[in-house]
Design a protein around this ligand. Structure first.
Ligand code: GAP
Length: 514
């Protein structure tokens, strides 16, 4: 990570803590690694992101329904899904630093550096040649750029082939041949690569009754697959249709890092779309576009998103692409779109002995639907939103302002009600307004400190509107409304506030862009 990127990432993390968005779990006991809690503003922001996703999926699509399945599932689910045998990470240790790494992450980071070197060459040339520079032509013809890109792609594909063939010594050899070094010790003194299963085990029932071994679900998707027939029979859906859900997932990430990017307990927002076999690529492309659109609807910099098509496929997929976001530490997976074929339904049919099929009136036959999955990490989405929206502005008077420029409808609080002074009946008037509006809006009431300081605090937590009650309010029932982004202020009538907040912060405008 460059020094600038590291600085901006540190700012995101300290801002998240200082303003009650994210805390380390069990902090007073020195914390639990890679587990985090969401504070008052974090919980509100997270709920708003979740709500935006849910409404985009379930409310906007008449062929998608939502469920909420349990975290505990029958242990055979994980045998059928392949997670017991194949849900592994390849790990490698550096003998000098004694640090443990995911071998795939080491190789991907190394390849990413080569891609970045190619980008640097292109940027340098653009500066040299000025306006007439054709970057795409340069990318296709410059030998140094071509060499960097070719090398990166060759390494990735060699490594991915080694893993697909479960050839762990070849996977290690890639790291040795490329002289990939441990970021801590700087040496290439590596152990063998070993596979490590990521599922957390637990038990259900007392020992006397004969306890059963269970797993904490590593993805929410299996709760959808095992309920496929229940939902199909009860919701009057027909193929193609989708089942969506939001819920916790657990993975024993050995090399957990990067704040809430890679956690051991996290939340997923997943949707399985059940389709006719043979239409996989049509729906795969469809959902790739729809999901990218959803991200773009937030109005963030489009250059911070890109697709990454997978070379190495999960055990259940025949095609997969990530939507990557340019986090402060570089482009990384934010969401996965997977063509899961009929793998899961067939596996569950086999292991449960229940036929998970539907009837096709055209061919007069039963068939097992194929599945396109969209799967996004809620916490990763949260991190991308914080990283994108946290801005530092230098104002005209030279002072610095920290502002969280969240899309208005995602902001933790829709408006802040602020009496100008804590006297002269201004707090009472402000409280009355708060009490009228609180039934429809998430509000903050704050009467402490000077008004300028309070505005800055609301800017820092992304509140789109500040409503200030002053002496004039007592005379003519008007207040000032301050806009977070322009800092402009307008005098408006108290009776119009409800409409103003609604128009500024309603999620409708966002949903219409999806
Ligand atoms: N059902 C498919 C599935 O689980 P995945 O690519 O392993 O696919 C989907 O995970 C999404 O879940 C990822 O794109 C990421 O956003 C999120 N995710 C996965 N592991 C995570 C972790 N350890 N911490 C936070 N988010 C994670």
């Amino acid at each position: 990570m460059s020094q600038g990127a590291e600085e901006s990432f540190k700012k995101v993390i300290s801002h998240a803590k200082e303003y009650g968005f994210v805390f380390q779990s069990s902090e007073i006991y020195d914390g639990l690694s890679s587990v985090y809690d969401y504070g008052p503003n974090g919980a509100l922001l997270k709920n708003n992101i979740k709500n935006y996703w849910w409404r985009s999926m379930v409310q906007l699509n008449d062929n998608v329904v939502g469920i909420d399945s349990a975290i505990f599932m029958h242990p055979d689910v994980w045998r059928a899904s392949g997670h017991i045998d194949a849900f592994n990470d390849p790990l490698i240790d550096n003998k000098d630093s004694k640090k443990r790494y995911r071998a795939d992450v080491l190789v991907e980071d190394y390849a990413e550096k080569l891609f970045q070197k190619a980008e640097k060459e292109i940027k340098k040339a653009a500066l040299r040649f000025g306006d007439s520079f054709d970057s795409e032509l340069y990318r296709k013809t410059n030998t140094r750029v071509l060499e960097y890109e070719k090398k990166a792609k060759t390494i990735l594909s060699r490594f991915s082939k080694a893993l697909s063939n479960n050839n762990l010594s070849e996977a290690r050899q890639v790291i040795i041949d490329e002289k990939i070094k441990c970021p801590v010790s700087g040496s290439s003194n590596w152990t063998d690569v070993r596979q490590f299963n990521l599922m957390f085990g637990t038990k259900i029932g007392s020992v006397a009754e004969g306890a059963n071994d269970l797993f904490l679900r590593p993805e929410t998707a299996q709760g959808i697959f095992v309920n496929f027939l229940n939902v199909f029979k009860t919701s009057r859906m027909k193929i193609p249709f989708g089942i969506a859900q939001v819920g916790k997932a657990f993975r024993n990430e050995i090399v957990a890092r990067q704040f809430i990017f890679r956690m051991r307990e996290f939340e997923q927002m997943e949707m399985q779309f059940f389709i006719m076999p043979g239409s996989e690529m049509k729906w795969f492309d469809h959902w790739k576009k729809v999901r990218m659109n959803w991200h773009e609807s937030l109005g963030f910099n489009p250059k911070n998103y890109r697709y990454h098509n997978h070379e190495k496929l999960a055990h259940y997929a025949d095609a997969a692409a990530d939507i990557e976001y340019n986090f402060p530490f570089g482009f990384k997976e934010l969401e996965g779109i997977h063509s899961r074929t009929d793998f899961d339904l067939k596996q569950h049919s086999q292991h449960s002995g229940k036929k998970l099929q539907v009837f096709d009136p055209v061919s007069n036959e039963n068939f097992t639907p194929s599945v396109i999955e969209t799967s996004i990490g809620l916490d990763r989405m949260f991190l991308s939103v914080l990283s994108e929206c946290l801005k530092e502005e230098t104002l005209k008077d030279g002072t610095l302002r920290t502002v969280l420029q969240l899309p208005h409808s995602l902001a933790p609080n829709q408006a802040a009600i602020l009496p100008l002074l804590k006297k002269d009946k201004l707090p009472e008037c402000a409280k009355k307004i708060y009490d009228q509006l609180k039934f429809n809006f998430q509000l903050i009431f704050d009467e402490k400190d000077a008004i300028g300081k309070r505005y800055r605090r609301q800017d820092a937590i992304g509140t789109p509107i500040c409503i200030t009650v002053d002496h004039q309010s007592l005379i003519d029932n008007t207040v000032t409304v301050r806009d977070r982004d322009s800092m402009g202020q307008n005098r408006v009538e108290i009776k119009d506030l409800s409409n103003i907040i609604k128009n500024t912060t309603s999620v409708e405008a966002l949903l219409k862009k999806v």
